[in-house]
Design a protein around this ligand. Structure first.
Ligand SMILES: Cc1ncc(COP(=O)(O)O)c(C=O)c1O
Length: 395
């Protein structure tokens, strides 16, 4: 797989981003980390290990499988599971592995009481406007009035912002106010509403614990401002061929591009199976060679993409087969590539890591006192890593 795209993850940048978010949150806030979807595609174990070394002891995952994968290596950290208590079988595993369920519906409360002997190990998810998961405010009020919390409060109360990434979006403050009204009914309960954007948007939103994800991985939480987060990911693809193209000739499937002038193309080893989205075809996307943008020509195919080298200045050497072009790096962020494809940096990150060979750099203090294994957990394959070509740790 020497020609697979190579994804390099800078774990010291990840730790620096965690520290930045902790400073923004203030010392009263416990800053957790959303590591769902295999650490936003960057590798659950290396990411969680580095965050844990940086002081993080609260992790948010999407489902039970992710929680169990994390628990294998971290016997003591708090792991909160966003999908909620889906049934008695899974509830037993929550208890066995000391996972924190996030209760997303009133119907889940009796099960939590039965399995855990109360609500004190659960986080209650209040829906303040997402209409995705969570207990509606009126339902919560009714539960409260009917004495649902008389025999004990939940461990925490959370809600999720819908629009915190948009400057001055009125919904953010509306959600926060509704959340505070609910929290006032459970005095002393630990509160959490902030994702990365919320944390950086307003210190009030930090509350008792926070759940940032994207900012840790270098995406920009406040898109209207310069990105304060350090870039975590670089991705490169191998040049497989360089070829001349004549006027009138077409490129790729569907012959969607016809050349007007004599030109020069490179075929690079990345395609939509690697998460280099098909929407980047026909000039929408670009990659970089010596800092120069080379637009995508024709359609992106499964493993291959053609790029146009014709616009390179004379003083830039042409790439030769074996050279690597930059897909993500100092000239192109995941946010920027996402914008080219009409999507978001989150989707770019979680898709791009599918087939890439991964290299982790700046793996400081790889052995955590918390981890069960005496090896760097990142070197062990998590379920998500099965079938990956290569997992390499540098320095
Ligand atoms: C419930 C919940 N909390 C926290 C996060 C982390 O958000 P972000 O990655 O925007 O910081 C997410 C991400 O989707 C989420 O769904």
């Amino acid at each position: 797989m020497a020609d697979a795209p190579e994804l390099m993850v800078d774990l010291s940048a990840l730790a620096a981003n965690y520290a930045h978010l902790c400073r923004a949150a203030g010392s009263a806030c416990r800053v957790g980390a959303a590591v769902k979807a295999n650490g936003y595609g960057l590798g659950l174990m290396p990411v969680a290990t580095r965050l844990h070394n940086a002081g993080c002891d609260l992790f948010f995952v999407a489902n039970l499988d992710e929680a169990l994968a994390l628990r294998r290596f971290f016997p003591r950290v708090q792991i909160a599971v966003l999908e909620g208590l889906t049934g008695p079988k899974s509830a037993a595993l929550y208890k066995q592995y000391r996972l924190t369920p996030i209760l997303n519906a009133a119907e889940q409360l009796p099960l939590a009481r039965e399995v855990f002997g109360g609500l004190g190990r659960s986080i209650l998810h209040l829906d303040t406007g997402m209409n995705r998961l969570g207990i509606r405010f009126d339902e919560f009020t009714a539960l409260h009035e009917n004495g649902a919390f008389r025999d004990g409060k939940p461990y925490g109360l959370m809600s999720h912002f819908a629009c915190a990434d948009e400057v001055n979006h009125p919904m953010t403050e509306t959600q926060y106010e509704l959340f505070r009204q609910a929290a006032a009914r459970l005095p002393g309960v630990r509160c959490s509403i902030a994702n990365s954007s919320g944390l950086l948007r307003d210190r009030r939103y930090a509350m008792d614990f926070a759940r940032p994800g994207m900012g840790l991985y270098g995406l920009n939480p406040l898109p209207e401002r310069p990105n304060p987060m350090r870039p975590v990911v670089t991705l490169s693809a191998r040049v497989l061929q360089v070829r001349e193209i004549r006027p009138g000739e077409s490129v790729g499937y569907g012959a969607s591009h016809t050349q007007n002038t004599p030109g020069r193309l490179a075929t690079i080893g990345i395609g939509y199976a690697d998460g280099f989205l098909r929407a980047l075809g026909n000039g929408k996307g670009r990659v970089f060679w010596h800092g120069q943008a080379c637009p995508v020509v024709g359609r992106v195919s499964m493993d291959l993409t053609a790029i146009d080298l014709s616009g390179l200045p004379d003083d830039v050497p042409l790439p030769v087969p074996g050279d690597r072009v930059e897909i993500l790096g100092s000239h192109q962020s995941a946010d920027a590539l996402g914008a080219c494809a009409g999507t978001i940096g989150y989707e770019i990150l979680t898709d791009l890591s599918r087939r890439a060979a991964r290299t982790y750099i700046n793996v400081a203090n790889p052995v955590s006192s918390e981890t069960k294994s005496d090896k760097m957990p990142g070197l062990r394959k998590s379920p998500e890593d099965k079938g990956r070509p290569r997992l390499r740790v540098v320095s």
